[in-house]
Write a protein that binds this ligand. Structure first.
Ligand SMILES: [Fe+2]
Length: 381
């Protein structure tokens, strides 16, 4: 089945095969005449990026690119990107890539016109109102993976290069004005990245669904997102050329990020410090800690997960769901635990302290303390 769709929720989304050809139109819709394409170093050398630049160039929009972006973008990448944006006289950003290219692209568009330091816009209370919203440049987002969902998010993650702590920078206008979800851009992903990014999307849906906050709209989106992952992630993993599966995974990724406005939880609050300290893949780390977190949260989510199981066609309530997660992980080649991921439990105290400082911690169904988080971490080894 060839799926094509135009959605306007939560922003304008153009989903379907080959729709990257609408990139120049998307820029023009937002009034851009001289966009800067932002991506990471790895993608910069790939044919899909060259093709996107050709499309811009042929439409008279130039072919400017900034790709000095680390896997975990930091404030130095941001500074360099803002300089490239200003030096080139750019009027907007095409954020192109996985999480790093998308987040840094969005943050360059946000910060190029601000006078305060980026850390003043961390996602705390109403700090975002400190920004001059009229100076935020328009953003077109083009995801090349199916996991982060940053293309439909109102935040960007930035790592402090001195402390290695990841901060969430938030502003409503970080939401891209147009998103192009073209599954053909994702067919080149290596199997491990398909698995890791897909499990990130699943973790977003699972944690949003499980978080205790009242947000039934997000709850419904999270549930259907899990169903799409269950049906299509194994297919995309087995056959990377399966465009129907790739399309549905792009939908699931966007749905996960829409849903997690409801909250995230311990999977992400553990995964963030582990990734920061050991440089592990974010989605893969989520998948590794997922079973231990499910056991940890069981007293608070048993009934809720049983309801989800019924919808997902899994028998056996919570236990059935738990066993399903284990079998999905082994099908995708996810390491059994942190030890199998090559990590030693010698920095547990430090990781536990970072985990309970992580902003996702507040959305966990079981309140996290230093003590129970330390025990949960030990359980992940
Ligand atoms: Fe995530």
């Amino acid at each position: 089945m060839n799926i094509t769709a135009n959605w306007s929720y939560p922003t304008a989304i153009k989903l379907g095969r080959g729709r990257i050809k609408e990139l120049a139109d998307a820029c023009k819709t937002l009034g851009l005449k001289n966009p800067l394409l932002v991506t990471d170093r790895g993608l910069a050398a790939m044919a899909i990026t060259g093709h996107a630049l050709d499309i811009l160039d042929e439409a008279g929009l130039g072919r400017a690119i900034f790709a000095d972006v680390d896997p975990n973008p930091n404030e130095k990448n941001l500074e360099a990107g803002i300089k490239a944006f200003k030096d080139g006289g750019h009027d907007g950003v095409v954020a192109f890539g996985g999480g790093s290219g998308l987040d840094l692209g969005k943050l360059i568009a946000f910060m190029a016109g601000q006078t305060r330091p980026v850390w003043d816009f961390e996602d705390i209370g109403d700090w975002w109102t400190r920004a001059d919203a009229s100076k935020i440049a328009p953003i077109v987002a083009v995801p090349t993976t199916a996991g982060t969902g940053s293309e439909v998010g109102r935040a960007g993650v930035l790592t402090n290069s001195a402390t290695h702590v990841k901060k969430i920078i938030f502003h409503p206008k970080l939401l891209p004005g147009v998103v192009i979800c073209d599954p053909e851009l994702t067919v080149g992903m290596p199997k491990a990245i398909t698995a890791g990014t897909g499990m990130d999307a699943f973790a977003h849906c699972l944690e949003a669904y499980s978080s205790p906050f009242y947000h039934p709209m997000s709850g419904g989106i999270a549930l259907e997102g899990m169903r799409l992952v269950k049906e299509f992630l194994p297919l995309a993993f087995r056959d990377g050329q399966d465009l129907e599966a790739r399309t549905n995974m792009m939908s699931a990724a966007a749905m996960g990020a829409v849903a997690f406005q409801k909250g995230l939880g311990a999977i992400h609050s553990l995964s963030h410090p582990i990734g920061a300290v050991y440089n592990t893949h974010h989605g893969m780390t989520n998948a590794v800690v997922m079973p231990a977190v499910l056991r940890f949260n069981r007293p608070a989510i048993e009934e809720k997960i049983a309801r989800a199981s019924a919808y997902l066609g899994i028998s056996g309530g919570f236990d059935g769901f738990y066993n399903y997660v284990l079998s999905l992980r082994s099908e995708l080649g996810v390491p059994d635990n942190l030890t199998a991921m090559g990590i030693k439990p010698d920095r547990i105290d430090e990781l536990a302290a970072m985990a309970i400082e992580d902003p996702s911690c507040g959305g966990n169904p079981v309140p996290m303390t230093l003590e129970n988080t330390r025990a949960l971490l030990l359980d992940c080894f």
